[in-house]
Ligand binder design. Structure first.
Ligand code: KG4
Ligand code: ZN
Length: 341
C-alpha cells in the first residue's frame, strides 16, 4: 500500500511517499522524502514564529507534494495521512486543509496522525537503515525529546502507550534553543550547541540538573536556562571574549540536559523491565545523548538523525498503524494539544 504523508506541525514542511506492507509486522520503504526547512526565517526571532511558519507551509506545500509524488515514480496512492496534532494551530490547519484537498483530488481517504507518536514509531521501526520491527523489543520505554515535547512513555506494543512523565515547563530542545540564544549561537540551538561543544575537553561549568532526583518521571528545564542566563550576565567582558567561554558553556549545557534525560530514562527502563529504549524527536539527533543512552546497556532504538527531526516519513508510519486498526475518523480536525493517549 502506498501512502502520501504530510507534516506541518512546526517549522518544517515535510511530504513523503511510503510503501507500507504487512499487518502483524508492518514494514516500510521510503519512496520519497521531501523536506523544506524554514531555519533562516525563524533565525531572526530566535524561535518559531507561528504566522510566518504558516505562510511558508502554504507557499511550500504544493511544490513539495508535487516533488514527493514525482520522486516516488508512478505509484498509485491509496491514502493521504496528515499530522493533526500536537503542534502550532495555524500550521496544523494549513496541513490538514491542504491534505483534505489532496485526498479529494486523488479520490482516497484522509487519515490523521499524532506527531509525537510519529517520533516514537520512526525510532521504534528503525533497524539499521531499514524501517521494520526488531525482535523482542517490548515493553519499550520511549523518550521523546524535541523543541516542543519532552515525554517518557511506556510502549507495551504497537499503539499501546502509557505516559510516565513529561516536562513541567520548557522542552529539552527549547532549553537547547534558548541557551544557544543566550550564548549568541544560531537557531536551532541544539545543533549549534553540539557543534560548539564538540572539541571541548576542559573543565565543566557547574550547572543545575533540575528534578534529577525527584521520584517521578517529570522534567523541568527552565531553571537550567535561567542559571545559564545569570551565569552569562555575571561574567566580565574579558571572560565572555575568551575563546573557551562558549565551548565550555555549550559542553556544560549539553552534559546537564543529557544527564537528567539519561538518568530518568534508565530508572523508567529498570522499573518497567524494558527490553529496549526508544529515543526520538529532534534532540535525539544529538550524538552525545545517543552515546550516553547506549551506555545504559539496554538495546537502543533510534532513527538516523535526519528522521529524528521533523519529517513526513514518521507521519506515514503512524498513519499506517491507524489504517490497520480500521478506526479512521470521518472528519479530520487539527488539535494543537493532541495527546498520544
Ligand atoms: O522534532 P523537532 O524537529 O521539532 C519539534 O517537534 O519540536 O525538534 C526540534 C528540536 C530543536 O529544539 C532543536 O534545537 C533540537 O530539536 N535539535 C537538537 C539537535 N538537532 C535538533 N538538539 C540537540 N542536538 C542536536 N544535534
Ligand atoms: Zn517534532
Amino acid at each position: 500500500m502506498n501512502i502520501l504523508s504530510i507534516e506541518t506541525s512546526c517549522d518544517d514542511t515535510g511530504v513523503a511517499v511510503l510503501r507500507a506492507q504487512g499487518s502483524e509486522r508492518p514494514r516500510f520503504e521510503i519512496l520519497s522524502n521531501v523536506l523544506s526547512s524554514q531555519t533562516e526565517i525563524h533565525e531572526q526571532y530566535g524561535g518559531v514564529y507561528p504566522m510566518a511558519a504558516q505562510r511558508e507551509h502554504e507557499k511550500n506545500l504544493p511544490a513539495a507534494i508535487a516533488r514527493a509524488l514525482k520522486e516516488a515514480g508512478k505509484v498509485k496512492i491509496e491514502y493521504v495521512v496528515v499530522t493533526n496534532g500536537p503542534g502550532l494551530s495555524p500550521c496544523l490547519w494549513t496541513g490538514v486543509n491542504v491534505a483534505k484537498e489532496t485526498a479529494n483530488k486523488l479520490g482516497v481517504p484522509l487519515v490523521p496522525a499524532n506527531h509525537v507518536e510519529g517520533h516514537v514509531l520512526v525510532s521504534l521501526f528503525s533497524h539499521g537503515r531499514k524501517l521494520e520491527l526488531s525482535d523482542g523489543i517490548f515493553p519499550a520505554v520511549a523518550l521523546i525529546v524535541s523543541g516542543g515535547h519532552t515525554q517518557l512513555i511506556v510502549v507495551r506494543g504497537l499503539r499501546d502507550y502509557e505516559i510516565l512523565g513529561e516536562t513541567r515547563d520548557d522542552a529539552a530542545g527549547e532549553c537547547f534553543d534558548k541557551t544557544a540564544r543566550i550564548l549568541g549561537l544560531g537557531y536551532p540551538g541544539g545543533p549549534a550547541i553540539a557543534k560548539a561543544a564538540e572539541s571541548y575537553k576542559g573543565p565543566e561549568t557547574d550547572l543545575p540538573r533540575p528534578m534529577l532526583h525527584s521520584p517521578d518521571y517529570d522534567f523541568s528545564f527552565s531553571g537550567l536556562k535561567t542559571a545559564v542566563l545569570y551565569h552569562h550576565r555575571e561574567q566580565p567582558d574579558k571572560v565572555l571574549a575568551s575563546p573557551d567561554y562558549v565551548p565550555q558553556m555549550a559542553y556544560s549545557i549539553q552534559e546537564a540536559i543529557c544527564e537528567v534525560l539519561v538518568a530518568k530514562t534508565k530508572r523508567a527502563a529498570e522499573e518497567f523491565g524494558a527490553a529496549s529504549i526508544v529515543l526520538g524527536g529532534g534532540v535525539a539527533a544529538n550524538q552525545r545523548l545517543r552515546e550516553r543512552m547506549e551506555k545504559i546497556g539496554i538495546p537502543l532504538l533510534v532513527a538516523p538523525p535526519e528522521l529524528c527531526t521533523d519529517n513526513a516519513v514518521m507521519i506515514g508510519i503512524a498513519g499506517y498503524l491507524t489504517i490497520l486498526s480500521g478506526n479512521i475518523e470521518q472528519e479530520v480536525t487539527a488539535d494543537p494539544n493532541l495527546r498520544i493517549v
